[in-house]
Write a protein that binds this ligand. Structure first.
Ligand code: GAR
Length: 216
């Protein structure tokens, strides 16, 4: 069975959404470890509450970020991890981790990439006056939020939205599409070719789909 490792810096609601989908039997896999770069991340508490190993690995303890990610990759390898999830992990992942897990690192981003990459994707959409934003699950490459897209969901943006109101609307869809992307991975249905992700046995999607492609 697929073993998952999660990296998180904050409250960990996406981690919780994936965990809930596993507990509900929707995804055949197990979260073995949660690693945080922040000692006070609520995600660490969530892990402990759910009997999942919780590790705090501070980047400050390492002379370089490359060395930090060597150490993180070693901890994940020790536990035979087959999929790494970035769930509100606020650092750019470096080569040592990506090379150890080729196309096995996923991220959730709170905007429709390639729009509004980096920090505060929701605030960027508000400031830009975008009418539609959303969220993206993608495989991670060495760039910032540039890897192949797996699933996206769109939400409306209103002129009076604030970062908070838009974030709340987007987050609901994050909690839907992240578990779905993990399920597709766990079922061996994701194929990366060039910068495109092909989903085996997926239905063709209607042009008015909110979640794109639709999930079964
Ligand atoms: C989520 O909105 C996620 O998309 C975002 O941080 C939040 C984490 O929430 N990630 C990024 O902005 C990555 N650049 P969570 O800790 O409750 O899952």
């Amino acid at each position: 069975m697929l073993k998952i490792g999660v990296l998180a810096s904050g409250r960990g609601s996406n981690f919780q959404a994936v965990l809930d989908a596993i507990k509900a039997g929707k995804i055949k896999s197990e979260i073995k470890v949660l690693i945080s770069d922040k000692a006070n991340a609520f995600a660490l508490e969530r892990a402990k509450q759910n009997g999942i190993e919780a590790l705090h690995i501070s980047a400050k303890a390492f002379p370089s970020m490359d060395e930090y990610f060597v150490a993180v990759a070693e901890e994940l390898k020790k536990r035979d991890i087959g999929l790494v999830l970035l769930a509100g992990f606020m650092r750019i992942v470096r080569r040592p981790l990506l090379d150890a897990f080729p196309w096995k690192v996923m991220n959730i981003h709170p905007a429709l990439l390639p729009s509004f990459p980096g920090l505060h994707g929701q605030q960027q959409a508000v400031d830009y006056g975008a009418r539609i934003s959303g969220c993206t699950v993608h495989f991670v490459d060495a760039g910032m939020d540039t890897g192949p897209v797996i699933i996206q969901a769109a939400v409306a943006c209103n002129a009076d939205d604030t970062e908070d109101t838009l974030s709340e609307r987007i987050l609901k869809y994050e909690h839907i599409i992240y578990p779905e992307a993990v399920r597709l991975f766990a079922e061996g249905r994701l194929d990366v070719k060039g910068r495109k992700v092909f989903i085996k046995d997926s239905r063709p999607y209607p042009t008015d789909a909110i979640i794109n492609p639709p999930v079964e």
